[in-house]
Design a protein around this ligand. Structure first.
Ligand SMILES: [Zn+2]
Ligand SMILES: [Zn+2]
Length: 341
């Protein structure tokens, strides 16, 4: 079969590789759509230490084409979205239902072969039934670009109706975060992004106001003016200055949740303020399977507008170059079953 294979920093190529064979407890999926996440760009840039020979891609929707032994409840032809990591199922986090914090995880496209391929073998524990009304490109990104901000805002951040929410970084995660904040009853949502297309997309997604931090001498002050009394800030970028900006927006009792990944070492506000105002900072990683089910349910019922969530669809043979192109506000999705015309 054909797959996009990572071959060291800055190198990814379309190659002919062996077809995967499902082990006991696994199914073979035809990959219908695979979302390109910021993490994939970091992998291709060589920043995450992923070994050469890995097929990236952890946002996957597909159709079951073969059932391995010891698989129950699934049939050939079932359409599925996929949980982005293979979890052990037996550590304390898995047993507590926090599968996103599994102690022995194998993230798809990093520790095991991912979805930028025509086919993939996956354990049945990764499969999430895809409603008929949800198109494959949307099903693919639901598992990460939508479920990750849902987990961060609703579960980790404890968003309460009537709160003011700040979203720093209006890319794939941030644009869905704006919708999810409104859906949970936020009184006001303010988005921050230096890119004009991203700020425009944020307003269309439902932000009440947007801020260009590069146009301000004191972006923290400008943000507090636009989002007075902010109780929750979500950081989707992973840089020190954006973490610190999110923290500076918070009123007393406020929580900052960070989903942006990186090697940054941001600093806290002076302790007198941090402690006196009872601010808190949380990391948030991925989501649980149950939260992906929630996202698919919200999409199926029309509670989330996903009509602008995918900006571009490309066949596998055109996909190698997209890792080196500028990132737009919405997701690019690879369609491995589409032949180049
Ligand atoms: Zn991702
Ligand atoms: Zn586990």
């Amino acid at each position: 079969m054909r797959a996009l294979v990572f071959r060291g920093p800055g190198k990814i190529a379309l190659e002919e590789v062996d077809d995967p064979i499902p082990s006991p407890g696994e199914v073979l999926l035809q990959v219908d759509a695979a979302g390109v996440c910021g993490t994939d760009r970091h992998i291709v840039a060589g920043e995450l230490g992923v070994p050469s020979g890995t097929v990236p891609g952890h946002e996957i929707a597909g159709t079951i084409t073969r059932i391995g032994s010891e698989v129950d409840g699934w049939e050939s032809g079932d359409r599925v979205a996929c949980f982005g990591q293979v979890t052990c199922g037996s550590c304390s986090a898995c047993l507590a239902g926090a599968s996103n914090r599994c102690r022995r995880p194998a993230v798809l496209g990093m520790a095991r072969q991912g979805g930028f391929a025509e086919r993939i073998a996956l354990p049945q524990a990764c499969l999430i039934r895809l409603p008929d009304s949800v198109a494959s490109p949307v099903g693919a990104i639901a598992s990460d670009a939508i479920a990750t901000p849902l987990h961060a805002l609703w579960t980790v951040g404890g968003l309460r109706a009537g709160e003011t929410v700040v979203v720093v970084g209006a890319g794939g995660l941030g644009l869905h975060a704006i919708q999810l904040a409104r859906l949970a009853g936020a009184a006001c949502v303010v988005a921050v992004d230096p890119s004009e297309p991203a700020r425009k997309a944020a307003l269309v997604a439902g932000a009440d106001a947007v801020l260009d931090p590069e146009a301000e001498d004191d972006p923290g002050r400008a943000l507090r003016r636009l989002a007075p009394g902010a109780g929750l800030a979500l950081e989707c970028v992973g840089k020190s200055e954006t973490v610190e900006l999110g923290l500076s927006a918070l009123a007393a009792g406020g929580r900052l949740v960070i989903v942006g990944v990186g090697a940054a070492r941001p600093s806290l506000p002076p302790l007198a303020r941090f402690i006196g105002a009872e601010l808190s900072v949380h990391g948030s990683f991925g989501s649980t399977r149950a939260e992906i089910d929630t996202v698919l349910d919200l999409i199926e019922r029309g509670r989330l507008d996903v009509s602008r969530s995918v900006q571009r669809e490309v066949p596998l043979e055109e996909a190698a170059s997209i890792f080196f192109e500028p990132v737009g506000p919405a997701r690019t999705v690879i369609l491995p079953q589409t032949q180049e015309s």
